[in-house]
Design a protein. Structure first.
Length: 114
Protein backbone atom coordinates (compact mmCIF):
# COMPACT_ATOMS: atom_id res chain seq x y z
CA UNK A 1 0.00 0.00 0.00
CA UNK A 2 2.99 2.28 0.51
CA UNK A 3 3.73 2.32 -3.25
CA UNK A 4 0.30 3.85 -3.97
CA UNK A 5 0.67 7.49 -4.91
CA UNK A 6 -1.81 10.30 -4.53
CA UNK A 7 -2.27 10.41 -8.29
CA UNK A 8 -3.22 6.73 -8.37
CA UNK A 9 -5.70 7.26 -5.55
CA UNK A 10 -7.28 10.21 -7.38
CA UNK A 11 -7.51 8.17 -10.55
CA UNK A 12 -9.23 5.37 -8.64
CA UNK A 13 -11.71 7.80 -7.11
CA UNK A 14 -12.47 9.23 -10.57
CA UNK A 15 -13.00 5.73 -11.96
CA UNK A 16 -15.38 4.87 -9.13
CA UNK A 17 -17.34 8.09 -9.62
CA UNK A 18 -17.45 7.57 -13.37
CA UNK A 19 -18.79 4.02 -12.92
CA UNK A 20 -21.39 5.34 -10.45
CA UNK A 21 -22.54 7.95 -12.98
CA UNK A 22 -22.72 5.29 -15.71
CA UNK A 23 -24.83 3.08 -13.44
CA UNK A 24 -27.17 5.99 -12.69
CA UNK A 25 -27.51 6.68 -16.41
CA UNK A 26 -28.31 3.03 -17.10
CA UNK A 27 -30.84 3.00 -14.28
CA UNK A 28 -32.59 6.07 -15.68
CA UNK A 29 -32.76 4.44 -19.10
CA UNK A 30 -34.28 1.27 -17.63
CA UNK A 31 -36.83 3.30 -15.66
CA UNK A 32 -37.77 5.15 -18.81
CA UNK A 33 -38.31 1.87 -20.66
CA UNK A 34 -40.22 0.19 -17.83
CA UNK A 35 -42.24 3.07 -16.43
CA UNK A 36 -42.25 5.62 -19.21
CA UNK A 37 -40.51 8.23 -17.09
CA UNK A 38 -38.87 11.06 -18.89
CA UNK A 39 -35.96 12.47 -16.95
CA UNK A 40 -33.14 14.57 -18.31
CA UNK A 41 -30.25 12.41 -19.40
CA UNK A 42 -26.64 13.10 -18.65
CA UNK A 43 -24.57 13.16 -21.80
CA UNK A 44 -21.32 12.01 -20.22
CA UNK A 45 -20.19 9.69 -17.48
CA UNK A 46 -17.41 11.92 -16.22
CA UNK A 47 -17.51 13.29 -12.73
CA UNK A 48 -17.56 17.03 -12.34
CA UNK A 49 -15.81 18.18 -9.20
CA UNK A 50 -18.03 20.65 -7.30
CA UNK A 51 -14.91 22.25 -5.79
CA UNK A 52 -14.01 23.58 -9.24
CA UNK A 53 -16.97 25.94 -9.46
CA UNK A 54 -16.19 29.13 -11.31
CA UNK A 55 -18.29 31.43 -9.15
CA UNK A 56 -16.98 31.92 -5.62
CA UNK A 57 -19.35 31.83 -2.68
CA UNK A 58 -19.98 35.35 -1.47
CA UNK A 59 -20.08 36.05 2.21
CA UNK A 60 -22.46 38.55 3.73
CA UNK A 61 -20.22 39.13 6.74
CA UNK A 62 -19.03 42.55 5.57
CA UNK A 63 -22.59 43.68 4.87
CA UNK A 64 -23.80 42.46 8.27
CA UNK A 65 -20.84 44.11 10.00
CA UNK A 66 -21.62 47.39 8.23
CA UNK A 67 -25.32 47.18 9.23
CA UNK A 68 -24.35 46.46 12.85
CA UNK A 69 -22.03 49.48 12.83
CA UNK A 70 -24.77 51.74 11.51
CA UNK A 71 -27.22 50.49 14.16
CA UNK A 72 -24.61 51.05 16.87
CA UNK A 73 -23.96 54.62 15.69
CA UNK A 74 -27.72 55.23 15.50
CA UNK A 75 -28.30 54.05 19.08
CA UNK A 76 -25.38 56.12 20.38
CA UNK A 77 -26.69 59.17 18.50
CA UNK A 78 -30.15 58.62 20.01
CA UNK A 79 -28.61 58.39 23.48
CA UNK A 80 -26.54 61.56 23.05
CA UNK A 81 -29.32 63.66 21.56
CA UNK A 82 -32.09 62.28 23.77
CA UNK A 83 -34.40 61.74 20.79
CA UNK A 84 -36.54 58.68 20.19
CA UNK A 85 -36.88 56.31 17.25
CA UNK A 86 -40.34 54.82 16.62
CA UNK A 87 -41.33 55.84 20.12
CA UNK A 88 -38.33 54.12 21.76
CA UNK A 89 -35.74 56.11 23.64
CA UNK A 90 -32.15 54.89 23.87
CA UNK A 91 -32.58 53.78 27.48
CA UNK A 92 -35.55 51.59 26.51
CA UNK A 93 -33.46 50.01 23.73
CA UNK A 94 -30.64 49.32 26.21
CA UNK A 95 -33.13 47.69 28.59
CA UNK A 96 -34.53 45.48 25.83
CA UNK A 97 -31.03 44.43 24.75
CA UNK A 98 -29.93 43.68 28.32
CA UNK A 99 -32.99 41.54 29.16
CA UNK A 100 -32.27 37.86 29.74
CA UNK A 101 -34.53 35.78 27.48
CA UNK A 102 -33.13 32.40 28.54
CA UNK A 103 -36.09 31.44 30.76
CA UNK A 104 -38.62 32.45 28.10
CA UNK A 105 -36.79 30.50 25.40
CA UNK A 106 -36.50 27.42 27.64
CA UNK A 107 -40.23 27.55 28.43
CA UNK A 108 -41.07 27.92 24.74
CA UNK A 109 -38.85 24.97 23.77
CA UNK A 110 -40.39 22.78 26.48
CA UNK A 111 -43.91 23.76 25.44
CA UNK A 112 -43.16 22.85 21.81
CA UNK A 113 -41.51 19.53 22.73
CA UNK A 114 -44.48 18.31 24.78
Amino acid sequence: MSDTTVEKKLELVQQIRSQYNKNQFDLLNREQILYGRTMPRESSYTYENPAEETEPIRSTFKLRLFAAGILFVLIVALDVTGKSLAGLKAQQIFTILAKDYEQEISAWVQANND
